[in-house]
Structures are given as structure tokens and as C-alpha cells.
Ligand binder design. Structure first.
Ligand code: SF4
Ligand code: SF4
Length: 390
């Protein structure tokens, strides 16, 4: 974990309130305790021993999406990302959640660490048997086909890249990883997808399971180290992996973290061997919070999409506002997640796109569910890398 003490992190907040308009839960309810400033105040009271974590404090902390919109909005550089991770860890230790949340947690964390089991249990989804509206709708090919362990660069090799296959990504969005590998190879990357890799620990970290997150981070470094770049196709995973230096506090982890790139970041640096075909289409790019706020990656995916011949990139209202997916948030806080999902879907539909591009599997599932509610299940939702190779 970061060297800074929780007291130092908390004292950095000067209560100016500049972060409030950026916060989705404050925008939903207008409640101070559901704003970043209010939550920091609650964490401060817990730290001083003036309030227990259980009860009201836990309620307001649980309502935080962890979207990190408050981090770049803060002129004082408050590390809310570190504060909420620590607060979640304390909440888990001192005030365990109720049975429903614990059951969701137990099932989810058992599955994400075991992609083979997740894949085996997911075949009913292919034929339309779904336990919830948020469940993915993978094709048989998605479940079956993984990218090859090694893909040669097209033309002169420029660099070697290791791809994180991800847990949800590799099982339900195999097409995204395949497209990423193809786009990278087209731009001169030798791409390895080491089979020994597992879960990166992002979901564990965001849920306050820091011991497991550290163990998974160490295993991920061992599996993917030794390449010029480590490429990630899921924003939440990339955000966690760029923080491995803080999480593990070792030089090896910091060096590894410095090589991690979202696939759109790396693709934007490398011109393609041959320009893609011209296909006129209106594209909405939906920012994933852990890419925009967590990694500061805003322009690169837009540049990639704008460069597609015939593409028109349309900005939507409140582009930086979370869609309500946020890891397990849409399972544990369904009403707030649904309201944010509906707002995002309305903003997208107002732009009349032919296709929606987003760089995180959770956002893709959340948007698909919201668009289905509005009768627009037909609107394709893809990863930007897929548009590059379509
Ligand atoms: S977190 Fe930053 S922006 Fe928000 S109240 Fe504190 S100092 Fe101001
Ligand atoms: S992480 Fe998102 S939801 Fe949580 S306080 Fe910050 S802006 Fe609000």
C-alpha cells in the first residue's frame, strides 16, 4: 500500500467542494454524505474514533461507485482512490455486509478467479437462459475461442507485448481480446497471451479484499513480466495494474506498473501497417471511469476512432458521468445503478449513433441492459479495438 498515512491523506482535503458536481451519487441525491467531501468527512470521523464504521457510515461508503471522478476534479490532489480502498478494507473487517451482499461477493470472487469454471457455467447464457437482466449474452465462439498464446507482428517487429486476458473479458468478450491482438500485430507488436495468467485482483482491491488483491497482483506480475509493454483491454484491470507499485511497495511492482498500457493508449502511439477500410458510421465513445478518471486516458481512444475512414465521433452530454456499472455496484445497489444506466442510455440515444464503443466489459454489460430497457437491443456495443479491425 502507499506510504502515505491515512491521516495525511484525509488532511489533504480542504472541504472546498469542487468535487461535488463531478460525483454521480451527489448528482442523484444532492446529499452531502453521498458526496466525496461528505464521505471523506465520515472516514475522518472513523479514523478519529468518533464514529463506528457500521450503520450510516457504511451505508454512505457502500453507495460510492468508486468511479474516481472526484480525483481529477480535486484541485488539492486528494487521493480519494486510496482513501476509498482503505475505507472498504476497514468496512469489510469491522462491519461485514449483510447475507445478500456476502453471497454475491462469495459467488463472484469464487468465479472470477476460475475462468474455466466460469466458462463451463456460462453455456446456458449462450442459449438465452439468464439469471438476471445484467447477465452477458456471449456467443458460442466467445466462450470457445481464446487468442493464441503467441501472435507474430505483421511486418518489422517494433516491440513485444503481453496481453492480460482478464476474467470476465476472456470468458464473455473473447472477441475483444482477439481484436486487440490483431490490431496490435497489425501495428508491429509481437503479442504473447501467457496461459499461466489469472485474475489481476482489481475486483478484490475495489471490494476491500486487499490481501487477496496483493497475492493476485504478485502472480500477475510473475505471469506477464519480461515484455516491453503489458496491455490491458479492460479499464478496471488496467487501473488496478497501474497501481501495483502502490499496492505492493516493491521496485519490481513499480517497474511492471510503469509498462502497463490500456490497449487504446498503445494503439494510438503506433500507426497501422495498412489503413482500415472506409465505413461511414456515427460512433459514440462511452468513457469507462477507470480509464478516464483512473488512468487519465481520454484522448487516445477518441483519436483512434476519429482516424477511421468515414467515422463521425459524437460527444454525448455528461460523458464523464459513471454509467452505474462500477464492478459489483449494479448488483449491490441496483436502483442507483439503474438510474445512472438509464441516464447514460438516454444521452447515447440522443446522439443517434450507429455503434457505441467502450473499453470496459462492465460498462458494455450495463449499457446493453439499459438500452434493452429502452427497446434498443439492436444498437451494437463494441470495444474500440474491434472497430479498428472490422
Ligand atoms: S476532495 Fe478535493 S475537491 Fe473535494 S472537498 Fe476535498 S479538497 Fe475540495
Ligand atoms: S468515487 Fe465517484 S461516487 Fe465515489 S465519491 Fe468519488 S465521484 Fe462520488
Amino acid at each position: 500500500m502507499s506510504e502515505q498515512s491515512s491521516r495525511e491523506l484525509l488532511d489533504a482535503c480542504v472541504h472546498c467542494g469542487f468535487c461535488l458536481p463531478a460525483c454521480p451519487t451527489y448528482r442523484l441525491w444532492g446529499e452531502e454524505m453521498d458526496s466525496p467531501r461528505g464521505r471523506i468527512q465520515l472516514m475522518d470521523m472513523v479514523e478519529r474514533g468518533e464514529a463506528p464504521v457500521a450503520g450510516a457510515v457504511a451505508t454512505h461508503l457502500d453507495r460510492c461507485l468508486g468511479c474516481l471522478a472526484c480525483v481529477p476534479a480535486c484541485p488539492s490532489g486528494v487521493r480519494y482512490d486510496l482513501l476509498i480502498e482503505r475505507a472498504r478494507s476497514t468496512r469489510r473487517a469491522q462491519a461485514p455486509r449483510g447475507p445478500r451482499a456476502r453471497a454475491v461477493d462469495a459467488a463472484l470472487f469464487a468465479l472470477v478467479s476460475r475462468p474455466r469454471l466460469l466458462r463451463a457455467l456460462s453455456w446456458p447464457l449462450v442459449i438465452g437462459i439468464r439469471p438476471s437482466a445484467l447477465a452477458p449474452r456471449p456467443s458460442a465462439r466467445d466462450l470457445r475461442a481464446a487468442p493464441p498464446d503467441h501472435t507474430r507482428a505483421r511486418g518489422e517487429p517494433r516491440m513485444s507485448v503481453a496481453l492480460l486476458a482478464g476474467c470476465v473479458q476472456r470468458v464473455y468478450f473473447g472477441r475483444v481480446n482477439r481484436a486487440a491482438v490483431r490490431a496490435l500485430a497489425d501495428r508491429g507488436c509481437e503479442v504473447a497471451v501467457p496461459p499461466a495468467q489469472g485474475c489481476c485482483g482489481a475486483l478484490h482491491l475495489h471490494a476491500g479484499r486487499d490481501r487477496e488483491a496483493r497475492r493476485l497482483a504478485e502472480a500477475t506480475i510473475a505471469a506477464l513480466d519480461g515484455h516491453d509493454r503489458v496491455v490491458v483491454t479492460a479499464a478496471g484491470c488496467g487501473s488496478a495494474m497501474k497501481g501495483y507499485g502502490d499496492l505492493l511497495g516493491t521496485e519490481r511492482a513499480a517497474t511492471f506498473a510503469a509498462r502497463v498500457r490500456d490497449v487504446t493508449e498503445l494503439l494510438a502511439e503506433l500507426p497501422p501497417a495498412a489503413p482500415p477500410q472506409s465505413r461511414p458510421r456515427r460512433i459514440v465513445y462511452q468513457d469507462a471511469c477507470h480509464l478516464l478518471h483512473g488512468q487519465g486516458v481520454r484522448d487516445q481512444p477518441r483519436e483512434l476512432l476519429r482516424a477511421l475512414p468515414g467515422a463521425e465521433l459524437i460527444e454525448i452530454e455528461d460523458a464523464g458521468l459513471c454509467c452505474g456499472s462500477a464492478g459489483t455496484y449494479n448488483l449491490l445497489q441496483p436502483e442507483a445503478a439503474r438510474e445512472l444506466g438509464d441516464r447514460k442510455a438516454r444521452a447515447i440515444l440522443a446522439a443517434r449513433p450507429d455503434v457505441v464503443a467502450t473499453a470496459n466489459p462492465g460498462c458494455a454489460l450495463q449499457l446493453a441492459a439499459a438500452l434493452r430497457r429502452m427497446g434498443r437491443a439492436d444498437l451494437p456495443i463494441v470495444h474500440p479495438a474491434e472497430l479498428l479491425v472490422m
